[in-house]
Write a protein that binds this ligand. Structure first.
Ligand SMILES: *Cc1c(COP(=O)(O)O)cnc(C)c1O
Length: 379
């Protein structure tokens, strides 16, 4: 099956008890057994739920995996991945990691003996030298937030494999429509389905996808044993959102390209970060591993002042000032004070994250209206 068919059909069967074409919301915590241990494959809803099972089958197909395991949020999914490790093990991660991922690794798991190091992975040749005796996992995020750097997934995963190191790719910013890390050699793909997969900014959800039966079994054990499962209503909403994933992401990418080009020629804009530009440092890798260049665009202002950025951020009408991304509606954000406020200013500046950097999550509205909105705010 091709992608556009999979989003609609993979894992979805009419409900056998009623014929309902859409997967019902099985709002139950437990299931009747005919005799002790004799049941229809469902015992207790932390362990299995039919709405969740349908979603997991669909997600596994979208990432060309064999198993998907769903969680109450993207960070709950990350929590399960980290629990594959033990005290003293080290994660090697990209240096402009999503703030919440960094917080969990450093402020939760370091107390349990997890070590983590954050390196420049944009040049894959630097990864080999960074591997230490305790490195047990490499954590890739690409494109990154908010600088939209690109990691060569195939190159880094090949190095990890030679050293027997697990790889996990946070594929949230690309979505399964743009990029499939398992095909490039990754062991685990993580999504905050809150973003593009759900796509309507109405649910928080996370998932992991793998193609190795033993790894799937370990992660499913952790899902059940730690218990951060999503409810059936949330699974239903994600399933509903997925059906238009390809249409939404394709349109959002098309809009983002036009907006990136518009901003690049604007006299008040000093720099536009978007992997589709030929002068983006990792454009060639993006072109190799992504279907389109994504719908996230960051830009900086010529005089670099917080005041100018604040004026723009408070004066758009279609772009809503809010955290998060990947919904049908366009959002505008200020990484320095919002998503990356917990990172010291010197650290932020090193990667180009200035006080005047503005991040856009481009939605699927009419792009002329979006450009008019930005033009008015920039004026
Ligand atoms: C939002 C996000 C997460 C965390 O997901 P939640 O669903 O909010 O827990 C992880 N990684 C990236 C790249 C994100 O954007």
């Amino acid at each position: 099956m091709k992608f556009a068919t999979k989003v609609i059909h993979a894992g979805i069967e009419p409900d056998p008890s009623t014929g309902a074409v859409m997967t019902p919301i099985f709002q139950t915590s437990t299931y009747a057994q005919e005799a002790p241990g004799v049941h229809k494959g469902y015992e207790y809803a932390r362990t299995q739920n039919p709405t969740r099972s349908a979603l997991e089958k669909n997600l596994a197909a979208l990432e060309n995996g064999t198993d998907a395991i769903c969680f109450a949020s993207g960070l709950a999914a990350q929590d399960a991945v980290i629990k594959l490790l033990k005290s003293g093990d080290e994660i090697l991660s990209v240096n402009d990691l999503y703030g919440g991922s960094y917080r969990q690794m450093v402020r939760v798991y370091s107390a349990w003996g997890l070590k983590s190091r954050y390196i420049d992975m944009y040049d894959a040749s630097k990864v080999e030298a960074a591997i230490g005796p305790d490195t047990k996992m490499i954590w890739i995020e690409t494109p990154t937030n908010p600088m939209l750097n690109i990691v060569d997934i195939a190159a880094v995963c090949a190095i990890a494999r030679q050293h027997g190191i697990l790889t996990c790719v946070d594929n949230t910013f690309a979505s399964p429509y743009l990029q499939n890390p398992l095909d490039l050699g990754a062991d685990i793909v993580l999504h905050s389905a809150t973003k593009y997969i759900g796509g309507h900014s109405d649910v928080v959800h996370g998932c992991l996808i793998v193609k190795d039966a033993e790894l799937a079994q370990r992660l499913r054990f952790l899902q059940n044993a730690s218990g951060a499962v999503p409810g059936p209503m949330d699974c239903f909403l994600i399933l509903r959102g997925i059906k238009t994933l390809h249409l939404r992401v394709r349109q959002a990418c098309e809009n983002a390209e036009k907006i990136a080009l518009y901003l690049a020629q604007h006299p008040k804009v000093s720099k536009v970060y978007w992997p589709g530009f030929e002068n983006h440092p990792n454009h060639a890798i993006a072109k190799k591993q992504m279907r389109l260049f994504g719908a996230m665009v960051s830009f900086d202002l010529k005089n670099n002042t917080l005041e100018d950025a604040t004026r723009i951020l408070s004066n758009t009408h279609l772009f809503t000032l809010a955290e998060s991304l990947g919904g049908v509606e366009s959002l505008i954000g200020h990484p320095a004070s919002m998503t990356h406020a917990s990172i010291p200013k010197e650290e932020r500046l090193k990667v180009g994250l200035t006080d005047s950097l503005i991040r856009l999550s481009v939605g699927v509205e009419d792009v002329e209206d979006l450009i008019d909105d930005l033009a008015a705010a920039l004026a």
